[in-house]
Design a protein around this ligand. Structure first.
Ligand code: NCD
Length: 326
């Protein structure tokens, strides 16, 4: 059986070759068309139905996922594991690379080439921007990025967009405000790039040193989405249909004094939420470290726990799709 990737062999059971996802890497949201997104969201809806009705299926029985994480993770790693298991497949979890041959100095390409001897698909989280693309170049099996440094987090971007659609029933016409560490937050970069395909208004709220990178800004402007930037969340909350809050990414600061100067710059409180629209979605990729107060959690507009659950359905859809079984 040959894979469309490099025309090389892929192990598998009668895959569906009709759809363009079969054998593909997922390394950036830039690779998706609107039609692709519609397809993934439809499959994710089906996955949600399966999980709610029966918990699991054997769609990926016999398939193996290698979950390779060079950076900490709770949601992304465990939702990929749960997704694979609910599809009947199994997982090689490598979450402490200090216990793997990486600690002996093994390179990323060699680690990838090793894991693809045993697995049909590899999920990779890595601290360096572009690492997933490098891995994809060496791998003959699909690579799914679970975040590459301050670059992108494509599967999070997809689950965020899916959540906006699930919460508000549309994407077009919405006003989306993104708040926090827009410079280092890879989830912001992926979501903003996905949103540029829709008729949305975008506001970016960040302290001066954490503003959206120029390349992402340029892509938005080129797509006809003007970039509005401001420093105070109070000035953005009233017109937002979606308030997407992020953590200041401490681990990305070369000088911790810079981090100290901006940490805790935003805090969403019940008082602030009382100024927001009645119908809106408050989102966060999580983990939070003080940006959203716990007493906001009971607000029906607080969508971050539903957002987290959606991640599993999106990842089930992606795993099934790249293995040709969606
Ligand atoms: C995000 C990440 O790793 O980029 N977490 C996640 O995957 N849900 C956001 C973050 O760490 O702040």
């Amino acid at each position: 059986m040959t894979s469309p990737k490099n025309g090389q062999k892929i192990v598998g059971l009668a895959p569906n070759r009709e759809h363009s996802f079969y054998g593909r890497d997922i390394v950036s949201v830039k690779q998706f068309s609107k039609q692709d997104l519609g397809y993934i969201f439809t499959v994710a809806d089906e996955m949600r139905g399966i999980v709610k009705r029966v918990g699991a299926t054997d769609l990926l029985k016999g398939y193996v996922l290698a979950n390779l994480f060079y950076e900490p993770s709770t949601r992304t790693s465990s939702s990929f594991i749960a997704a694979m298991q609910r599809l009947g497949g199994s997982v090689i979890p490598i979450h402490g690379v200090q216990y793997s041959s990486v600690s002996k100095g093994e390179s990323l390409p060699d680690t990838i080439r090793t894991l693809e001897c045993y697995a049909d698909v590899i999920v990779l989280r890595h601290p360096e921007m572009g690492a997933s693309e490098i891995a994809a170049r060496y791998a003959t099996k699909p690579i799914i990025s679970a975040g590459d440094g301050i670059g992108e987090h494509p599967t999070q971007g997809l689950l965020d967009l899916y959540t906006i659609y699930s919460e508000l029933g549309t994407i077009d016409g919405l006003h989306v405000a993104m708040v926090g560490d827009l410079r280092n937050g890879r989830t912001v970069h992926s979501l903003a790039r996905l949103l540029r395909m829709y008729d949305v208004s975008l506001t970016f709220v960040a302290p001066e040193i954490l503003r959206l990178p120029d390349d992402v800004k340029g892509e938005l402007t080129e797509a006809g989405r003007p970039v509005r930037e401001m420093g105070r969340v109070e000035d953005a909350i009233e017109e937002a249909d979606v308030l997407y809050v992020t953590r200041v990414q401490k681990e990305r600061f070369a000088d911790l004094r810079d981090y100290e100067a901006v940490k805790g710059c935003y805090e969403i409180t019940p008082e602030l939420m009382s100024r927001a629209k009645q119908r809106m979605a408050l989102m966060h990729p999580l983990p939070r470290v003080g940006e959203i107060r716990y007493d906001v959690d009971d607000d029906p507009r607080a969508a971050y726990f539903r957002q987290m659950e959606n991640g599993m359905y999106i990842r089930m859809a992606l795993l099934a799709a790249v293995l040709g079984k969606a």
